[in-house]
Design a protein around this ligand. Structure first.
Ligand SMILES: [Mg+2]
Length: 124
């Protein structure tokens, strides 16, 4: 069974790029369009890891990290966050809220795949 990654980002363009590359690498993917959708899909899909944007409507990435940490069933699922260039504060805050790693936009497909692999290993 393939390892499952949930991609939570409000940008359809970025989501498509991430999904395309992770599928190509063999991972099973689901997508969420904002933080509220993200929390729902974390509970439903039970991913092996989450790729999480910070700036999103309804509930941002920090909110997702906070909600997630309150729920024993999902709190140990590893998260890599996506930050904009120069977002050092975002990065520190996300790490303090339990994120495992950070990808700074724009990132290459290679960086994306190697970060995911570092967290959950190969796709199968
Ligand atoms: Mg965003």
């Amino acid at each position: 069974m393939s390892k499952k990654v949930l991609v939570v980002d409000d940008s359809p363009v970025l989501r498509n790029i991430i999904v395309f590359n992770l599928k190509k690498a063999g991972y099973e993917i689901q997508q969420a369009v904002d933080g509220v959708d993200g929390i729902e899909k974390i509970r439903e899909f039970k991913p092996d890891m989450i790729v999480l944007d910070i700036m999103m409507p309804r509930l941002d990435g920090f909110g997702v990290l906070m909600e997630k940490s309150k729920d024993d069933a999902i709190k140990s699922i590893p998260v890599i966050i996506l930050t904009a260039k120069g977002g050092e504060e975002d990065k520190d805050k996300a790490i303090s809220l339990g994120a495992l790693g950070v990808l700074t936009k724009p990132f290459s497909p290679k960086q994306l795949i190697s970060s995911v692999k570092e967290v959950i290993g190969d796709a199968s």
